[in-house]
Design a protein around this ligand. Structure first.
Ligand SMILES: CC(C)(COP(=O)(O)OP(=O)(O)OC[C@H]1O[C@@H](n2cnc3c(N)ncnc32)[C@H](O)[C@@H]1OP(=O)(O)O)[C@@H](O)C(=O)NCCC(=O)NCCS
Length: 157
């Protein structure tokens, strides 16, 4: 990928985002989001969506987060398999963090066996705060979720 850019997106991109989500989550336990699910989530108050790639209409990664009065959460993040380990997820997190309150605690869930994502979150300063048993999956195999949180460093100014 030569020049990746980030764009904010809304429900108008629901179909494109759903297709990318399905591509990214293919063998993993998390259920990919349909176009309808994507649109519903992007309509929720406080939700922010971002895509990254060379063209907004053909994104290679996406992040959807939500900011509430209490804290912020990552609802989903994914990058296409052929462009992983190029910093796209890290850049998507930076875009979301730049748009939310600087003192907001950021929480997310991740499957306990999703080693790559866990490494990403650790590299961004997330720490485990809980566990949800049998949270992901279907068809007989269920996988626990770790609940991770990232609390900003207190400002010295
Ligand atoms: C997890 C995921 C979003 C990471 O996207 P990415 O663009 O490849 O991540 P980045 O390139 O920004 O990685 C930043 C850092 O995170 C860590 N990291 C990311 N993926 C990793 C992996 N597979 N193994 C080990 N460390 C990894 C590394 O420290 C990496 O820095 P480095 O490449 O300089 O060593 C991507 O693998 C993905 O879409 N996976 C499938 C969907 C998914 O699991 N989403 C999260 C659900 S909770």
């Amino acid at each position: 990928m030569t020049q990746a850019r980030i764009w904010p997106v809304g429900e108008e991109m629901a179909a494109v985002l759903s297709r990318l989500h399905i591509t990214c989550f293919d063998p993993l336990p998390e259920t990919p989001w349909s176009k309808t699910a994507m649109r519903t989530i992007l309509r929720m108050p406080g939700t922010r969506g971002y895509v990254i790639g060379e063209a907004r209409e053909a994104p290679r990664g996406l992040l959807i987060g939500r900011e509430t009065a209490e804290d912020a959460e990552i609802l989903t993040v994914c990058v296409a398999p052929d462009v992983r380990r190029h910093g796209l997820a890290r850049d998507l997190f930076a875009a979301f963090l730049a748009d939310i309150a600087p003192d907001a605690r950021l929480v997310l869930e991740v499957a306990v066996d999703n080693d790559g994502a866990i490494r990403l979150y650790e590299s961004l300063g997330f720490q485990e705060i809980g566990r949800r048993p049998a949270y992901y999956g279907g068809g007989g195999t269920r996988v626990d979720a770790l609940v991770l949180a990232r609390t900003p460093e207190p400002s010295n100014t």
